[in-house]
Design a protein around this ligand. Structure first.
Ligand code: NAP
Ligand code: MG
Length: 487
């Protein structure tokens, strides 16, 4: 059977790429399952999408914000009505379990509602002047045309948390989904179309990062770039966007190497549960995944033993099946990367306590399944303690004091999320102030964020310009104009 063909969406129309070429979208749990074909777009296609967004921007910005908001809220309701189809599509396309897909789809529904409401709360200030008979106000204006470039691991939530506020603020969007997961993004755009979004306001172009993505970074008509993905590509975007000779606003949300510190006074069973959820949930393919457990010597043996027991009990399998805890990694390249890091860990002298292999057998042969893996005897200089693996691999490290644990936690280039497990208020507060991370959790897993609060990292995890999510992100999508009025 021919795979179902999907086109780009540019200037209000579904169009084919000028390349005449397509690529396939494949289920990582069962490579016989093809979700559809998508346009392998060219630079020209991206240029057309950017022109359409530019053309549509003024009118969209002139629409009263409450009306823009109504379209977003309608999109939220449409997504809600498509929920079951979105949930199974997400599991087939990305591999996560149905439960995890449901959480993610619900999040997309909430995001469009949240920013739909916030659209009519965009506001400036009125500030007293130092001069007589003068009044000063500020107003917020949209930035213009926004490039939205997103990863495959949250292929509907991340596009939603970028597109919804961008549109709410009066910007127009060119959206390039990750090539592993174009379908769920296509369905998101369909919901916006059904909600009545005017032509040119949202444009969807599929294809490779190095062609479509590159044009979306270097084109002179782009005013802002919001990117979530790897450190390498993020750094490339930072470099390239500064070469256009224009002041392009950028937001980069990159990787993590997130620590969880476990102190001797913690509820150890609860800590094991939450660190395991952070390390193995969503197959470890989360920017906020727990990849380092830093345990105080006194409880290291108990924590390690219980963590290994826990990891061995987890059921790996096709996310569509009941009772599965973690699905596959997303593709062949990612499988090789995870396995290669496991080899690196062994050769660096870390102790492989459980897992470490690709799973084989009837249930697994057509997918990219890896065993939940636990290393102990990991030291801060090892690559598995410093580099992002993005798979179900946990490194257990030990520290002889609280201060040493914090020092190890802060010793990497990343600073996205961090947890501590303790009953001591004193230690919790000290951790809060000393840890260099944008998301700090006390007795909670590093993964799991809420949409109504700011999100972003320290150090190399983020561009540290603006924060995503919450009301904070509205600052990224607007510019402030200051107006002096004499009378
Ligand atoms: P990626 O390889 O950097 O790709 C992300 C997006 O960028 C994809 O759409 C990709 O397109 C595109 N791209 C690739 N090369 C490009 C280039 N030269 N110019 C412009 N665009 C380009 O990352 P990924 O493998 O999809 O995602 C995993 C990474 O995302 C991890 O490092 C993870 O930590 C990070 N992440 C961070 C957060 C956060 O909020 N901090 C959240 C989730 C994930 P193609 O798909 O066509 O290659
Ligand atoms: Mg896929």
């Amino acid at each position: 059977m021919q795979p179902l063909k999907h086109k780009n969406f540019i200037n209000g129309e579904y169009v084919e790429s000028s390349s005449g070429e397509e690529f396939l979208d494949i289920n990582p749990a069962d490579t016989d399952d093809v979700l559809g074909s998508f346009q392998l777009s060219t630079k020209e296609d991206a240029k057309n999408a950017i022109s359409a967004a530019l053309e549509a921007q003024e009118k969209w910005a002139e629409m009263p914000p409450a009306e823009r908001g109504r379209i977003l809220i309608r999109a939220s309701e449409i997504l809600d009505s498509m929920k079951e189809e979105l949930v199974t599509t997400l599991t087939r396309e990305e591999g996560k379990t149905l439960n995890d897909s449901r959480v993610e789809v619900n999040r997309a529904v909430s995001l469009f509602r949240f920013y739909g409401v916030l659209a009519s709360r965009i506001r400036g200030e009125s500030i007293q002047s130092s001069e007589p008979r003068t009044h000063i106000i500020t107003v917020k204006e949209p930035v213009g045309v926004v490039s939205v470039i997103t990863p495959w691991n949250f292929p509907i939530a991340i596009p939603s948390w970028k597109i919804a506020p961008a549109l709410a603020c009066g910007n127009t969007v060119v959206f390039k989904p990750a090539s592993y997961t174009p379908l769920i993004g296509y369905m998101l755009v369909e919901a916006l179309v059904k909600a009545g979004i005017p032509k040119g306001v949202i444009n969807y172009v599929t294809g490779s990062g190095s062609t479509v993505g590159l044009e979306m970074i270097t084109n002179k008509n782009i005013d802002a770039i919001t990117f979530t993905g790897s450190l390498e590509v993020g750094e490339e975007i930072r470099r390239l966007s500064s070469t256009t000779g224009k002041n392009v606003r950028i937001m980069l949300e990159l990787g993590g190497k997130n620590p969880a510190i476990i102190l001797p006074d913690a509820d150890i069973d609860k800590a094991v549960e939450m660190v395991a959820r952070g390390a193995f949930g969503l197959t470890g393919q989360v920017c906020t995944a727990t990849s380092r457990a830093i345990v105080l010597d006194k409880i290291a043996e108990e924590f390690t033993r219980k963590m290994v027991e826990k990891a061995r009990k987890l059921k790996v399998g096709n996310g569509l099946r009941e009772g599965v805890d973690l699905g596959p990694v997303v593709g062949q390249r990612e499988l090789e990367k995870v396995l290669s890091y496991i080899n690196i860990g062994v050769s660096e002298g870390a102790k492989l306590l459980t897992g470490g292999r690709r799973l084989t057998g009837e249930e697994y042969d057509k997918g990219y399944f890896v065993e939940p893996t636990v290393f102990s005897d990991v030291t801060p200089d090892m690559r598995i303690a410093r580099e992002e693996i993005f798979g179900p691999v946990l490194s257990i490290m030990t520290a002889s004091s609280f201060d040493e644990a914090i020092e190890i936690a802060n010793s990497v280039d990343y600073g996205l999320a961090a947890s501590i497990f303790t009953k001591s208020l004193d230690k919790a507060f000290e951790f809060m102030s000393k840890i260099r991370a944008g998301v700090v959790k006390i007795n909670k897993p590093t993964i799991g964020i809420e949409i109504q609060v700011p999100f972003g990292g320290y150090k190399k995890s983020s561009s540290e310009t603006f924060r995503e999510l919450g009301e904070a992100v509205m600052d990224f999508y607007t510019k402030i104009k200051t107006i002096y009025i004499g009378y």
